[in-house]
Design a protein around this ligand. Structure first.
Ligand code: PMP
Length: 438
């Protein structure tokens, strides 16, 4: 202080002031320290969580889907023709309960094999051969958390930002944000009542060098269309000519109610062009989260390695249950009952649409699956129609969610009880009338 020409008593005074407002502390024997960290004045902050959420690089699911699921949570009595799942009475709950109560000692409850529980893969080799005409081996199968994870792994691990792909127009709504998040350039293949036009694939390849084609050829989500046999062969010819991979997403084919569905692309594929994705969700129980892919071995090994970074594999318990169910004598009778019930519901929806809409709703009559695609003529305001329908006790899937042109909607009859379908379609017609749609 003396050297700086400051009076000693000024310094003492300054220290005592700093001490009084808590900015320094003095302890005998250890001098004086700045004590900012301990000061009561130090401001405290919560991380800006919503900023983190908003900045996420994952593209959000369409807002309509959130609106629908909130409406269903608030009012479980709503007649649900929006959700893509089976009603509880269509699931093999009794059969699954029996398998689970059989008290089979499980020898192993550690981490699963990265490709999936081996006995389930063995059961799936038999299932795919018997029911879908597909010849594969355990080493070419990857079990995933629903078919959703198979799609995710293919999109994120086999493609790079900027790559071009072709998808159906309209398409499965939860696949669209995955393509966007992955930074892919997405080109559309318009559908008619027989599926995509194979030549469109060639055109997209010529123009944009597409690297993959995603198809849902059996009772497509959301249109219910079936790719014709002739077009299947043409799609495969074009794929092999261009060495172009086809991803065949096939959760619905075993729900065929008018006879057997045509053979999957994978069963007709002689050049190894197709990766086949299947699921237990639409033939039995979506909550068990069992899906699979049949793919060339190099791809299965690569994706099994990638999925270890994601979740270290699926729980072995549902895999054991499904392995037992697929080989059980109850499986085929369950499928037959499911097909009959879905056909009955399909008939109820189509009859109700004819009765209520009197020709003002155009629709394709599905021959399998759980989705019916309907054009209600006008370029309607989806938000207003959805809100009015919810007020009337009914939810449906607005067409834009599937990337479609305006004026369409998806009516899904897997979940609604048969007894509620008439009331639901009447509620939709009342909502459309209230908004003067016709
Ligand atoms: N693909 C399609 C065409 C679907 O409709 C669905 C479910 N709605 C899925 C994949 C995903 O189903 P999951 O993961 O339950 O097998």
């Amino acid at each position: 202080a003396g050297q700086l020409g400051v009076n000693r008593s000024t310094v003492v005074l300054a220290f005592s002031e700093l001490r009084s407002i808590g900015l320094i502390e003095s302890r005998s024997g250890s001098g004086t320290r700045v004590s900012l960290a301990d000061s009561e004045e130090t401001p405290k902050h919560t991380p800006n969580w919503s900023q983190y959420a908003d900045d996420s690089s994952m593209v959000r699911n369409p807002p309509f889907l959130r609106k629908i699921s909130e409406a269903l949570q608030q009012n479980p009595e709503l007649i649900d023709m929006a959700s893509g799942q089976l009603s509880g009475d269509l699931a093999p709950t009794q059969e699954i309960a029996e398998i689970m109560s059989q008290n089979r000692p499980m020898s192993y409850l550690g981490y699963d094999n990265p490709q999936g529980y081996p006995p389930l893969r063995e059961a799936l080799v038999r299932y795919l051969n018997r029911h879908r005409g597909i010849d594969t081996t355990e080493s070419s199968l990857l079990i995933t958390s629903g078919s959703q994870q198979s799609l995710y792994l293919i999109i994120r691990c086999l493609l790079s930002p900027g790559d071009a792909v072709a998808i159906e127009d309209p398409s499965y709504c939860f696949s669209l944000p995955m393509f966007q998040t992955a930074g892919l350039r997405v080109f559309r293949l318009p559908l008619d009542q027989h599926g995509v036009q194979p030549e469109d694939i060639r055109q997209l390849y010529k123009k944009h060098r597409i690297k993959m084609v995603f198809l849902n050829p059996n009772y497509q989500n959301p249109t219910g269309t079936l790719l014709s046999e002739e077009r299947r062969r043409k799609v495969l010819d074009i794929a092999s000519e261009l060495a172009l991979p086809i991803i065949e997403d096939d959760p619905y084919s075993l729900t065929a109610y008018d006879g057997e569905p045509p053979a999957p692309l994978k069963a007709l594929d002689t050049t190894g062009s197709v990766i086949y994705i299947g699921s237990f969700s639409k033939i039995a129980a979506s909550g068990l989260r069992i899906g699979w892919m049949a793919a060339p071995r190099a791809i299965v090994e690569r994706l099994a390695d990638a999925r270890q970074q994601m979740d270290f594999g699926l729980s072995v318990i549902p895999q054991q249950v499904v392995a037992t169910f697929l080989d059980s004598p109850q499986f085929v009778p369950h499928l037959e009952r499911l097909r009959r019930e879905l056909q009955f519901k399909r008939d109820m929806v189509t009859a109700a649409l004819r009765r209520e809409f009197q020709g003002r709703a155009e629709f394709l009559e599905p021959r399998g699956g759980i989705h019916l695609w309907c054009k209600i003529g006008a370029d309607y305001n989806e938000n207003r129609l959805l809100e009015q329908s919810i007020r009337n006790g009914f939810v449906f899937g607005p067409g834009s969610v599937y990337g479609s042109e305006p004026g369409c909607l998806r009516l899904t009859f897997g979940r609604a009880n048969a007894g509620d379908i008439d009331r639901g379609i009447a509620a939709l017609r009342e909502a459309a009338e209230k908004l003067d749609l016709f």
